[in-house]
Design a protein around this ligand. Structure first.
Ligand SMILES: Cc1cc2nc3c(=O)[nH]c(=O)nc-3n(C[C@H](O)[C@H](O)[C@H](O)COP(=O)(O)OP(=O)(O)OC[C@H]3O[C@@H](n4cnc5c(N)ncnc54)[C@H](O)[C@@H]3O)c2cc1C
Length: 433
């Protein structure tokens, strides 16, 4: 601790982590006690690094599902626990919050809500102003390296610059996804030391790595309507219809991201393969007829010039690899394609095989599963049931959810509730003494 200043600075509330949850908690605490001394410690040069890359730079702030019951169904086992915090600050409050801070939201497909500017840095700006405007002290470049405990309470934290003490602490240091944004899972270690259960983080909502090169050639191409079926040890396990995005490492897009945890479960049981059906609403017989008709119309053309008509747009560069066992067929005139060859093409259209090598890592994950179970949190206040002066928020909590704005809504909700009740805890103490 040579580079640490000797004096310990005291605050009423210290928040660790200047992401979505931390900034919401800081601003809300201050609004509930303007005289409180509140410190936000962030290890990066600036707050909101992850927030600034959300939603592909557009920030999917929440999901405009106003029916609380329906909304909470998206949080799996967390549903029951989350009624209380969401009835304090839910989707409606999120809309009003951003509107009242000069950034109205717009609702797009699948009820996903974005800032009207569709620009994530605007969300970071609103949140930072919210934390700073009431004189929350925000210290960046302040990595907390240690927590100081006395009995079962936290008394202080040590950063690379100095030691701080406080009456109440809010942990908002995030999970493990995209560690380059500062989320390196530091809070999980402290929570374990305090005595909390911490489920091991695994990347969820994450793209899939696949072996086949034809997928990689199609990087950037998406097909909007297909069916993918996953197999474990060659046994069909589940299918989904929708849109797939091909990338230079494998498969992505909302459908893949939202099913990645199911694929992760399958991978635990052995090799996983998949088949893509490019004509999910056409049965095999009807597809054979359809392709026969296309071939009849184009019988004097080369197959390679006709295939782009029956494969989705953008597939052309991958066709030689998809047909790798039968490349010379591409140079044949349609009228000389045999029935067997034609039916092989139909079977490829109905079931292009893929080998799933695994899930991409934390660097590509939208969220990482894991963290503290909600059973160890008093979700009316977001306080720890183990450490009475600690509140826990955001990605530190073990809550499975899909993409579509549900993660950030959790941060706004848990940050608000933690900030409010942390301030009230100090307020009630001041009244007593
Ligand atoms: C690429 C990507 C896109 C996403 N898009 C969306 C989307 O559009 N909509 C949506 O709902 N969700 C989205 N998410 C998920 C969402 O961004 C997260 O759930 C959310 O940002 C988590 O916020 P948080 O405040 O809990 O943690 P974080 O945002 O991870 O913030 C934690 C902060 O704590 C700091 N910190 C960590 N350790 C320390 C320490 N020791 N000392 C001091 N500071 C520390 C970190 O530097 C960081 O700034 C996306 C995630 C990714 C990775």
């Amino acid at each position: 601790m040579k580079d640490t200043e000797n004096t310990t600075e005291h605050f009423d509330i210290i928040i660790i982590g200047g992401g979505a949850a931390g900034m919401m908690a800081a601003g809300t605490a201050k609004e509930n006690g303007n005289y409180l001394r509140i410190l936000l410690l962030e290890k990066n040069k600036k707050c909101g690094e992850k927030l600034s890359i959300t939603g592909g730079g557009r920030c999917n702030i929440t999901n405009a599902e106003y029916d609380l019951k329906k909304f909470l169904k998206n949080y799996g086992d967390g549903e029951q626990f989350l009624y209380s915090p969401f009835s304090q600050f839910g989707v409606v409050e999120t809309f009003s919050f951003f509107e009242s801070h000069g950034l109205p939201l717009v609702v797009q497909a699948r009820k996903r809500a974005f800032p009207i500017t569709e620009n994530s840095p605007d969300v970071v700006r609103v949140m930072e102003n919210y934390a700073r405007k009431n004189n929350v002290i925000v210290r960046t470049n302040e990595k907390v390296s240690r927590i100081i405990m006395k009995e079962n309470c936290i008394t202080g934290v040590i950063s690379k610059k100095r030691e701080y003490s406080a009456d109440v602490f809010i942990f908002a240091s995030g999970g493990n996804a995209h560690p380059e944004t500062g989320s390196t899972g530091d809070g999980f270690k402290w929570l374990q030391d305090i005595g909390h259960t911490v489920y091991a983080p695994t990347p969820t909502i994450v793209p899939l790595a696949v072996k086949e090169d034809w997928v990689k050639i199609l990087s950037g191409v998406s097909i909007s309507f297909m069916k993918i079926t996953f197999f474990s040890n060659n046994i069909s396990k589940f299918s989904q219809k929708g849109k797939i995005l091909f990338t230079h490492f494998g498969l992505s897009g909302p459908l893949i991201l939202n099913n990645s945890s199911k694929v992760a479960d399958l991978l635990k049981g052995g090799p996983v393969t998949a088949k893509i059906d490019l004509y999910p609403d056409t049965n095999l017989g009807a597809l054979k007829e359809k392709i026969l008709k296309v071939f009849e119309i184009n019988k004097n053309k080369l197959l390679k010039n006709v295939l782009p008509e029956i494969f989705p747009a953008g597939f052309k560069p991958a066709l030689p690899l998809i047909l790798k066992n039968n490349l010379q067929i591409l140079e044949k005139k349609i009228h000389s394609i045999t029935k067997k060859e034609r039916e092989e093409i139909v079977s490829i259209l109905k079931a292009i095989p893929l080998t799933i090598e695994g899930l991409m890592g934390y660097d590509r994950a939208v969220i990482a599963d894991g963290g503290v179970p909600l059973s160890e949190i008093d979700t009316k206040t977001m306080s720890s049931k183990i450490c009475p002066n600690l509140f826990i928020t955001g990605d530190l909590l073990n809550i499975r959810r899909p993409s579509g704005g549900y993660s950030l809504q959790l941060c706004w909700t848990t940050g608000f509730v933690a900030g409010k009740h942390a301030a009230e805890k100090i307020n009630s103490k001041l009244k007593i003494f």
